[in-house]
Write a protein that binds this ligand. Structure first.
Ligand SMILES: NC(=O)c1ccc[n+]([C@@H]2O[C@H](COP(=O)([O-])OP(=O)(O)OC[C@H]3O[C@@H](n4cnc5c(N)ncnc54)[C@H](O)[C@@H]3O)[C@@H](O)[C@H]2O)c1
Length: 342
């Protein structure tokens, strides 16, 4: 086990890398623990949950709702959870978001720990304290920023993660490499997904490196005023396509990153010339790099994006692989160029 500590406003977050879920009591120092997981993770890892109070929610993004939050809260009440109870979310990003949200509002805040079980959860969703639920089609429209006390990484959960979820997670890993770490980018170029899945040391190294990237960006900017925006690389156009085509998030982000790279090559003042290298790496990890779409519709959805400010949009560009910058661009420029970048 390797431990890292990060100090946020009001809370220290401990990360336990390469740890064992069976040692959770030792790490958590709580008289009462309630686990929240989803039905898939529960079914795959029944033995790990034996002996705990577990609230099992239905799996899937469509269940990341107020209704599921109410279900969790009713169960917490039934189990007489109080403010000292430690709630631990054990699952992918959907579960850690839901557990974080429920813990932050139940009795105005209980204790929280997270055990991410998907690649995406480990390198992204469990880190940073943001949580949320969807309201109809609006993703993460309601939520809070609430840091967990700890994040425990037990890589044995990944043994049962479906390959499509690995691929989804690698979209965020490649994003991290693009915006912050050219050495990581070169490392990813040297492997296939299959080689990584088969090599526990490599998995541990990759997860830890990526968790550190996300943690550092978030630490520098807990409330998303500057650097944290860089994490949106590929996500502006990505979200629009995800909505329109009902694509898996990682697929949409992959296509969004290609569009953002193409736009970076076109932008005055930027000297980015490596869009094709990014395209090649995404394809190497089985991610889609283009899509047949209706550009008018994409622009319609883009206009509703949270990152819009009057007639411009905050957009993340690459200066080079490993270095990104956020800039505002006029909406009409985005509309004009959309056809040539997507
Ligand atoms: N809070 C944040 O900062 C943040 C950042 C990125 C994403 N997110 C959120 O994360 C969610 C996406 O995360 P995700 O891709 O992990 O989705 P998810 O939690 O829906 O997991 C994907 C699927 O994999 C299954 N699964 C998870 N771990 C498993 C395991 N070990 N074995 C077998 N099956 C397993 C789940 O049951 C689900 O069916 C979205 O809701 C997104 O909004 C949050």
């Amino acid at each position: 086990m390797r431990k890292a500590e990060h100090r946020f406003s009001g809370k220290t977050v401990e990360s336990f890398f390469d740890a064992s879920f069976s040692d959770i009591v030792q790490y958590s120092n709580a008289a009462k623990i309630i686990l929240i997981t989803d039905a898939n993770v529960h079914d795959h890892h029944k033995e790990k949950f034996a002996g705990y109070v577990v609230i099992t929610i239905p799996a899937g993004e469509e269940n990341k709702t107020q209704q599921t939050t109410d279900f969790i809260i009713e169960n917490l009440l039934e189990h007489e959870a109080d403010k000292q109870t430690l709630i631990i979310g054990v699952g992918g990003g959907m579960v850690t978001d839901m557990a974080g949200y429920a813990a932050s509002i139940y009795k105005r805040g209980t204790r929280l720990g997270l055990v991410p079980t998907s690649v995406l959860g480990m390198v992204d969703a469990a880190i940073g304290g943001k949580n949320g639920i969807n309201i109809g089609l609006y993703k993460n429209m309601v939520g809070t920023v609430f840091q967990p006390e700890f994040i425990l990484y037990d890589y044995s959960f990944l043994d049962t993660l479906p390959v499509k979820e690995w691929i989804n997670g690698f979209a965020e890993i490649i994003k991290h490499a693009c915006i912050k770490d050219k050495i990581l980018f070169s490392m990813l170029e040297r492997y296939t997904l299959h080689q990584i899945q088969a090599d526990k040391t490599l998995i541990a190294e990759l997860i830890e490196k990526n968790a550190a990237i996300k943690m550092e960006v978030v630490m520098a900017d807990e409330y998303e005023k500057a650097d944290r925006k860089l994490l949106n690389f590929g996500h502006t156009i990505g979200h629009a396509i995800e909505n329109l085509h009902k694509l898996p998030h990682g697929h949409a982000v992959s296509i969004g990153m290609v569009a953002a790279c193409n736009l970076s090559e076109k932008m005055n003042g930027l000297h980015f010339q490596e869009a094709q290298r990014v395209v090649k790496l995404l394809a190497q990890y089985h991610l889609p790099v283009d899509i047949e779409t209706d550009h008018t519709q994409v622009f319609k959805v883009l206009k509703r994006d949270k990152k819009r400010e009057d007639n411009s949009m905050h957009f993340v560009f690459l200066n080079s692989i490993g270095e990104a910058q956020a800039r505002k661009i006029p909406l009409n420029y985005l509309q004009e160029t959309l056809k040539s970048i997507l």
